[in-house]
Ligand binder design. Structure first.
Ligand SMILES: [Zn+2]
Length: 237
């Protein structure tokens, strides 16, 4: 389902059929993306020569930035970005939160979404699907989705006040404190928004410290992983 290249970038194998698409989820092997990388670094990590980037200052909110050009490393405050323009790379950075890439091969639009528990509860996932429809006419049923590495239900222990914000179906109460399955929650949100094809990296960031950055696992020293998507050309079908 996902294949990791020699740089440590994970890609959804099914998306190799979209010759026009560039995408990937970095791992610790690729580097630490606490700072947004330069365009040459991006180009070598993602086989994305000529792409500009759209840095975000992620604030656990509901704003989706529409990228009609690549504005570079000066981050706009938003937790998702969408584009249908060639050579514009949208991306999010995570270390436990869920990185989500949405691709509409019909209208040829893409989105990158950062869903921590606050953003997920607020509805950032549905908001991104809605902005793809409003901006580009993308139908949810055409959208394909990849979820990158995030914290698993094994490690996402929360207080009762946080657990109460989630449906009981994604709260594990078999241990002393509640644990939330954030990945399952986001998948359910995507399904109820009508997104057909959803593929998720199953592994937990905190359980795999050699491969993934984890805020819970590594605290202040945790790096960030980068998830990106972009359209290489408007000519290639
Ligand atoms: Zn875990």
């Amino acid at each position: 389902m996902f294949k990791t290249d020699r740089r440590g970038v994970m890609r959804l194998e099914a998306w190799s059929r979209h010759a026009w698409l560039r995408h990937g989820f970095t791992t610790r092997k690729t580097g630490d993306f606490r700072e947004w990388p330069s365009e040459p670094e991006i180009a070598s990590a993602f086989d994305a020569d000529g792409f500009g980037i759209c840095a975000l200052r992620q604030v656990h909110g509901l704003d989706v930035s529409v990228a009609d050009h690549a504005w570079g490393t000066e981050g706009r405050a938003a937790d998702a970005a969408v584009t249908d323009r060639p050579f514009v790379l949208v991306g999010v950075r995570t270390a436990d939160c869920v990185p989500i890439l949405l691709v509409d091969p019909v209208r040829r639009s893409v989105a990158a979404v950062h869903a921590g528990w606050r953003g997920a509860v607020a509805g950032i996932v549905q908001q991104a699907v809605s902005v793809l429809r409003v901006e580009y006419g993308s139908l949810a049923g055409d959208i394909e989705c990849a979820l990158g590495p995030c914290i698993g239900v094994c490690c996402f222990e929360v207080g009762e006040e946080v657990a109460a914000k989630f449906p009981e179906s994604v709260v594990d109460r078999s241990r002393r404190k509640p644990h939330v399955d954030l990945r399952a929650h986001v998948q359910a949100q995507l399904r109820s928004a009508g997104v057909g094809l959803i593929t998720a990296v199953g592994e937990c960031t905190q359980c795999n410290p050699d491969r993934f950055a984890s805020h819970r696992g590594q605290g202040g020293s945790a790096g960030r992983m980068l998830a990106v998507a972009g359209i290489r050309s408007d000519l290639v079908r």
